[in-house]
Design a protein around this ligand. Sequence first.
Ligand code: ADP
Ligand code: ASP
Ligand code: MG
Length: 423
Amino acid sequence: MGLVVQKYGGSSVADAEGIKRVAKRVVEAKKNGHQVVVVVSAMGDTTDELIDLAGEVSPITSGREFDMLLTAGERISMALLAMAIKSLGHEAQSFTGSQAGVITDSAHSKARIIDVTPGRIRTALEEGNIAIVAGFQGVSQDKKDITTLGRGGSDTTAVALAAALNAEVCEIYTDVDGVFTADPRVVQKARKLDWISFEDMLELASSGSKVLLHRCVEYARRYNIPIHVRSSFSGLPGTWVSNEPQGDQPMEQAIISGVAHDTSQAKITVVGVPDKPGEAAKIFRLLADAELNIDMVVQNVSAASTGLTDISFTLPKDDGRRAIESLEKAKGSIGFDTLRYDDQIAKISLVGAGMKTNPGVTATFFESLSGAGVNIELISTSEIRISVVTRKDDVNEAVQAVHTAFGLDSESDEAVVYGGTGR
Ligand code: ADP
Ligand code: ASP
Ligand code: MG
């Protein structure tokens, strides 16, 4: 029996009962002969509550002190879980990200892991302990400041530790039974996948399926760590995410893996841009220099009479204000008329490696949206994904229509959501 890393999300450790339930599960794995490393998130919506609290005392929304504050959430759950395990008669020790050797760069709020040196975790395991590690945090290599890895970052901590400790599997325990063909909070007839490739999971994650973080899947693929996503509330097997299916996992990949949606983006339209070479370059260089990540882009054909065009792009809502400020400052040098900002949008994506070789996927996708009366504002595609931007109010109907059109609705069980507030 080898080493397993288990990660429990906020909804799994939302209250004292949850922590005791998780403690029992962890002890079960230990009793089965595994060495167990547990990564925990903050309890319930603690991280959001800490962010709200920060907002009441200061307009600062990132940086050294902000990260120091947010990492407190995970410290509470790691200590409580260690105490609950001890009270079941097993040895456990908790460690902060820094103590566990999670070394990052110094980009506060979105730090990247650059090394993992889990010496203290190895020692704790050798001494017979269950090791509990606070997720979502590390320490910067240069300044030795406490950093956070970005929202949902505990998934990444778990996979990074699994890679550094050569674990046989990284289990991600959450409030649903695995990865579904759509968010079970939106599509009750969503179907649980037994297996999904890293490639399709990466696309789903970057298109908004927050069940796994994009960075975590990227890390798992790089180090070839199989991930098992499952519920901490049921004993059911979940979804395996790996390079190749194994054992009784389905041998053939479905044409479509699922439908993802994302309501965390905003759309900015730069109106009245001179239609000549170099204009788009100026706009996007400016945004890149401000370290803003852009997602979808469209440029309209210019009206011949005016020689002016509009350029629209999407980006995370959180970056909206900075983008507008940077563009406004450069209004003179770029030479546009006005800026339009719209945060009432949703992005809906269809993902599946099989779409490369199956004609008609795009047509069916658009037909299903039109059948649901949903208007499309932007479109972008990759080899294994089609995404559209629609009105935010249409998102549930759009996802359900696409899900049904591709025959993804399950005939039997309705997808269960065991906990969490969906915040
Ligand atoms: P945790 O707190 O355990 O990290 P998250 O809230 O980050 O949990 O992720 C689990 C949630 O992801 C589910 O409750 C579900 O609403 C959402 N989700 C979105 N897309 C999917 C999907 N395709 N399959 C499963 N869950 C999904
Ligand atoms: N607690 C952090 C968050 O809510 C990290 C995590 O849960 O993974 O984003
Ligand atoms: Mg999560």
